[in-house]
Design a protein around this ligand. Sequence first.
Ligand code: BES
Ligand code: MN
Ligand code: ZN
Length: 499
Amino acid sequence: MKVFVKKGSLVDVKNQAIILALCEDTGKLSGVALDIDKKTGGLISELIGNGDFEGKPSQISVVYTRASLPAKRIALVGLGKQNELNPEKLRATYASALRHLRGMNISEAATSFSLNLLPGQSRQMVQAAVEGAVLGLYQYTPYKTVGRDELKDMAELKIMADAKDFDLIEDEVKKTLIITDAVCFARDLVSAPSNAMTPSIMAQKAKEIARRKKVTCKVFDKAKMKKIGMNALLAVASGSNEEPKFIMLEYAGGRKNAAPVVLVGKGLTFDSGGISIKPSEKMDEMKSDMSGGAAVMGAIRAAADLQIPLNIVALIPATENLPSGTALKPGDIIKSYSGKTIEVLNTDAEGRLILADALAYASVYKPEAVIDLATLTGACIIALGDDVIGMMGTDDQLKKAIEESARNTEELVWELPLWEIYHELIKSDIADYKNAAGRPAGTITAAAFLSKFVGDYPWVHLDIAGPAWTTKDKPYIPKGASGVGVRLLVDFLRHRAQN
Ligand code: BES
Ligand code: MN
Ligand code: ZN
């Protein structure tokens, strides 16, 4: 969908539908709502007066203008009570409105924003509305061939703005489109089946990101990994015929020698569990086990496009986890890149193995902070549910900053403790550490394991196992890949650059 800003009023737009968002307790109509009401002979006030439209959150009424306006239809959408309005409600409202119109086979829409709806937050408001519109309309269709012509698609969303608001709105819309583009990019990577999103293809996608200014991409192949001793990553890859890749994307937006922020993302393009094989039910969803990798790729892509003045690195250890005659076996001991040894008690606890090597390698960059994102544990879904990211780490300031971005983006984060008692649970009898410690506190013991490979830098781990993949539609997250983490990281990086 093309989204663009134009000077003028919604009243004068000639198209299939104009979207008018109204609060529940509007009282007397004002602004563009009043203009439209007058032109349509009191249509809006009649609908409200008769109780047909109340403005409840995400309520939608579509009515014909019958030539009283150049536009063919008015879509009234509810924002709920004005004193309860927030960016999240705007995301949901605009997502529902556009999905509703698309469902009616309408392909062009226009809207406008009254910037004083959220006092002091006009940019956040524009951002949220555009996020909702674009992300809500996301669909993954490359494999649909039957009836392809009938696929419904919204072609354009025109945002009408007064001359005095035009610059601010246009600037914010452009920035937001960079972010939503990156979220959809991450969703596309995750939605792709594992036969079309191998480690090599992920590396290819990273190289495409590196066509941008100030972005470079390096990739270690198997031979290089052997040479430098990335044996934990190699061990996970040993059951697969797909070559593992260690992907490094570097964006030099900051001062020449400034320490970078390093983002690490789990890139399991398919996790069958390996010899400790998973049940077959829902195993298909494990194509999404590279969601952390997709998120950090999306984030660095957006950071480069937004020209955030920071040095940023994304590291993605990418591999499949499959059973075979050459696969890693329970009981095997491996010497990781850090030199520390790991007893593999469960080959399905593979994410922490590849992250161990990536986190140890991160020290090469002498980072000022490291954040890793991983669909690491089913236990995180049991602890926090489908919608919440589990956070653990070693640095309070970094955690605070991430919590702040979580509030801004509504990519919810909740901290779990990483106390000494948990570190006891991952000690191995015959090696340094074991990779699985049973069911109790499974999310925390996974993070405790990771912490053993973290270098001398502030570190936060985000377990995105819950929100990375959704099994039911949410207003602006259609079921499937959510792209979670991209908006959170971009918000974090933008604020970090400001301070
Ligand atoms: N990728 C999975 C975690 C996962 C499960 C993510 C379900 C999203 C949905 C991870 O590699 C895994 O299998 N973890 C094991 C760890 C256990 C063997 C210690 C788990 O959670 O069961
Ligand atoms: Mn696993
Ligand atoms: Zn996994």
